[in-house]
Design a protein around this ligand. Structure first.
Ligand code: FMN
Length: 330
């Protein structure tokens, strides 16, 4: 079993240390371990070119126009049975680098779209995508903060696992942690998180679990979350209503007080977004989302030939030129 630890903190800082605490524990349990300090790697941000989603929906395979270490990072994650991310909390959420790798994971590594492309490749007489990309994976997230601004980080983090549809085992944050190496309760919790990850990874290996067909598999070892589907605790509230959206899995429903506590219940009367099948991590939800993207991309492609579309584009482009960067291309 391989456990990969990825830290996004400063070199040998608290995040690196806590990641190593977990990896040491995983090693004690017999796992092969690997550690990546992500700032050592060349990771560029997503430019929004949508080459990845276009290639996937057209059956052309996995494509990215950025030439850097992301593909190698993704392959490292694919080769591991369990992946642990330890990320510093920045402005109550995940770090900028974490957002970058979430975007890069984004549509280009969405299992629903990858299955679609694989089927189209096979139909065209080519080999489909390597089945290794469809193996299930255990993933945990720990955020380390220097204060108690923290409540957006769980959602930011678990979002990375939504595209591939990997199973989250633990997702938590440790506040007031500038001296975390001296806080025995946090060290002990980190070891427990490592043990949970190893156990979940072993379950996947023993049962040879693939992403398609694993919808019902729940490897969650954290506290029960407010969203009964994804354990998320953050909701978008439509003002003046009880209508809410789970910020993580996108499930829509009602937030009501039941027995003195908020209770979220999904509500199919709100439309398809209120059904569990629509949740972002399920293949059924990914299929609906993929079909919607396919339809929208197709409409845009046709618009490129539309004279009214071209006239509007030309009009607004002529309004002003962008100010060049003061430092690039000098
Ligand atoms: C730009 C920036 C924003 C930060 N925002 C928060 C925050 O919102 N909440 C918090 O608890 N800590 C915050 N911190 C503190 C970091 O979480 C802390 O410095 C980091 O976990 C230290 O990890 P390291 O030693 O691995 O670099 C912030 C730090 C920086 C640099």
């Amino acid at each position: 079993m391989k456990i990969l630890g990825i830290s996004l903190g400063t070199k040998n800082g608290n995040n690196d240390t806590m990641c190593r605490v977990a990896l040491e524990e995983a090693k004690k349990l017999g796992a092969e371990i690997e550690f990546i300090h992500l700032f050592d790697w060349d990771i560029k941000y997503c430019t929004g070119c949508v080459a990845c989603s276009r290639a996937l929906v057209m059956g052309k395979g996995m494509v990215c126009t950025q030439k850097d270490d992301y593909k190698a990072l993704y392959e490292k994650m694919i080769d591991a049975d369990g992946v642990l991310f330890v990320d510093p909390i920045y402005e109550s959420g995940g770090s900028g680098l974490f957002h970058v790798i979430t975007d890069r994971m984004g549509p280009g590594h969405d299992t629903g779209m990858m299955l679609m492309t694989s089927e189209k490749m096979k139909a065209a007489g080519k080999e489909g995508l390597d089945p290794k990309y469809f193996r299930q994976k255990a993933v945990s997230f720990v955020a380390i903060g220097g204060s108690d601004w923290a409540v957006r980080c769980e959602t930011d983090h678990a979002m990375l696992a939504m595209s591939p549809g990997w199973k989250v085992v633990n997702n938590e944050f440790f506040s007031w942690c500038k001296d975390v190496i001296m806080q025995d309760d946090k060290i002990e919790r980190m070891k427990e998180i490592a043990r949970n990850l190893v156990e979940a990874a072993q379950y996947i290996i023993d049962n040879n679990i693939m992403i398609p067909g694993s919808e019902e598999v729940d490897l969650w070892k954290g506290d029960e979350g407010a969203c009964p589907h994804c354990h998320g605790n953050a909701f978008y509230i439509f003002p003046g209503t009880t209508h809410v959206v789970c910020e993580l899995c996108g499930l829509e429903g009602r937030l009501n007080i039941v027995d003195g506590a908020f209770k979220f219940t999904n509500d199919p009367s709100l439309g398809v977004n209120g059904t569990i099948e629509h949740a972002h991590d399920l293949l059924s939800g990914k299929k609906m989302h993929g079909d919607d993207i396919f339809e929208n991309e197709g409409r845009l492609m046709n618009l490129f030939k539309d004279p009214e579309f071209k006239a509007r584009k030309e009009h607004y482009t002529a309004v002003c030129d962008p100010t060049p960067s003061p430092s690039k291309d000098k």
